[in-house]
Design a protein around this ligand. Structure first.
Ligand code: ADP
Length: 192
């Protein structure tokens, strides 16, 4: 099912970083990257959607490590991120972040979603990851409008990457045509 839709390579201009952003239509559990990101919930103990798929495909080791994190710090707050093994997945790590539930935009949801991306990227750097793949956080059962979420994802990630040399490639893994269309349009705009 994996299908490359778009690849964007930013050449290093003076005092800025080079990086690649790609958009894939794929199942994130199949992605080969240093880290894949999970759209988890605050309990860290598993759920449906991409979370369920990651735990199913990655095996029990991921949940074991999540339980240890829960014992240590009591779950994960919205906008924060934690890291575990990727178990049997082809990635090295899973970075679990908790997206905000959309509530008409009245509860700083945009800011919280942006923090998911920056905290996941920072945690990736702290663990020497060079390549990272994101799902479309919060756009499933958390009901974040896909167009707003895609804009936040692309802007936050591009801004972060332009300020660091440590991440080489970010993959946005889209699971539905609406999301992949939105990401493609946004990155095409970026090139103009
Ligand atoms: P949230 O609770 O953050 O909304 P969901 O898992 O319900 O999390 O949905 C987040 C996004 O992940 C949705 O766009 C959904 O279509 C997508 N998704 C679900 N399964 C997968 C998968 N296996 N790989 C990549 N994306 C997935």
């Amino acid at each position: 099912m994996e299908h490359l839709l778009f690849m964007f390579y930013k050449l290093p201009a003076m005092s800025s970083a080079s990086y690649t952003i790609e958009i894939l239509k794929a199942d994130i559990t199949k992605i080969i990257a240093d880290a894949i990101v999970n759209a988890a919930n605050t309990s860290l103990l598993g759920g449906g959607g991409v979370d369920g798929a990651i735990h199913r495909a990655g095996g029990p080791e991921i949940l074991e490590q999540c339980r240890k994190i829960v014992a240590r710090q009591g779950g994960c707050k919205t906008g924060e991120a934690v890291i575990t093994t990727a178990g049997r997945l082809p990635a090295k790590y899973v970075i679990h972040t908790v997206g905000p539930v959309w509530n008409e935009g009245k509860y700083h949801e945009a800011e919280k979603l942006a923090r998911c991306y920056t905290n996941a990227l920072q945690l990736a750097i702290d663990n020497n990851c060079k390549t990272i793949a994101f799902p479309n956080i919060s756009t499933g059962v958390y009901r974040f409008p896909k167009d707003i979420a895609a804009k936040i994802a692309v802007e936050t990630v591009s801004d972060f990457l332009s300020k660091t040399n440590e991440i080489e490639k970010v993959t946005f893994v889209c699971f539905d045509d609406e999301n992949s269309g939105l990401y493609e349009a946004l990155l095409n705009l970026d090139l103009k």
